[in-house]
Design a protein. Structure first.
Length: 146
């Protein structure tokens, strides 16, 4: 399912003042690529209001609430590198946000499992945070999916 990340879905060295800006940037990439509707982005923001998508030290996985899964036109993953970090609430700072959109529960779970394989390796997380170019990010994800 997730064998690679599209280079135009990788935003390097970004600066944001709030997590909502990060989620909107992720959503903008997905909408512009025809992967989700604007309503899905609203669902991502709503989900974040209800339940934080922060998952581990410096990483968040923003995604839409169940109510907007039908707004996913095709699966998508967007990687955002935030070197200076952004406050994700609760005293947590995020340096890497990986937004995802899956059409159904099974697809969503498979996407999360693939991303989890990448994120369980601390070295890979550090490399993603420090990657200097998009090709490097693509390679890191390919390593984790192989």
């Amino acid at each position: 399912m997730l064998s690679s990340i599209e280079p135009d879905h990788i935003l390097l060295r970004q600066t944001f003042s709030a997590k909502e800006e990060v989620i909107r940037a992720i959503g903008q990439v997905m909408v512009a690529s025809g992967e989700v509707t604007v309503r899905y982005v609203d669902g991502m923001l709503l989900r974040e209001e209800k339940f934080s998508t922060w998952i581990t030290e410096s990483v968040a996985l923003p995604h839409g609430a169940n109510e907007v899964k039908n707004e996913v036109l095709r699966p998508a993953v967007v990687v955002v590198q935030i070197p200076g970090g952004v406050d994700w609430g609760g005293g947590k700072t995020v340096h890497l946000a990986i937004g995802l959109a899956g059409r159904d529960g099974d697809q969503h779970v498979k996407m999360l499992a693939g991303i989890a394989r990448v994120l369980q390796d601390r070295n890979r997380v550090d490399r993603l945070r420090d990657a200097a170019d998009k090709d490097e990010v693509v390679r890191i994800f390919q390593e984790g999916f192989s």
